[in-house]
Structures are given as C-alpha cells and as structure tokens.
Design a protein around this ligand. Sequence first.
Ligand SMILES: [Zn+2]
Length: 106
Amino acid sequence: MTTKICQHCGHIGEPTSQGMGSFFVDVMIWMVFISFTLFSAFLPFLLIPLAWSIYHITTYKTITCPECENLEMVRINSHKGKLAMTRFHGQRPPSLHTTMPPPIAH
Ligand SMILES: [Zn+2]
C-alpha cells in the first residue's frame, strides 16, 4: 500500500490504477480476432489485438489521481511529494504508519 500525493490538486491517498479485470477485454478481443483469422486466413489481422495488448500492458502501470485524474501522483515521502505537500498543505507529510490524513481533533 502506497500513499501518494497529487502534484496537480494536492490530493493525498491511494492512486487508482487499472485492475486485472480489464484484461478480460483483451481476451475477448483476442478470441474475436483469432476466429476472424481462422475463417479468413488473413494473418495480419492478429496485429490488431497484438498492438492493443502491447498498448494495454504499457499503460497498465499507469496510476491516476482519483480526484482530478491527473497522472502526476508521486510518493508522499519522495522529494517531489514533500514539495507538493508543503505547497498544498503547508506541513510535513504525516507519519508513514498512517496512510490517511491526520483526523480532525474534536
Ligand atoms: Zn489530483
């Protein structure tokens, strides 16, 4: 579990990323194109799902901010994260033992 801070809006929390479920789409695409290829014997058809899967794998690791969907989320204890923390929240990052922002005292 990694807490990250968005350099764009200052949101702190878990970034969203694509889940494994999205690979079901890849499987469906492959099945459709493989059946097309078997019927038509037109092998270059397979380049389409191949290109899609390569694109999907390269973007799989991509994380986005749940607030503004910006791609600029960084680790909160990294140099950029500390800069963003100071810029947006005017304080040092919270303890690494807690992944949530400090609760408001009553
Ligand atoms: Zn954001």
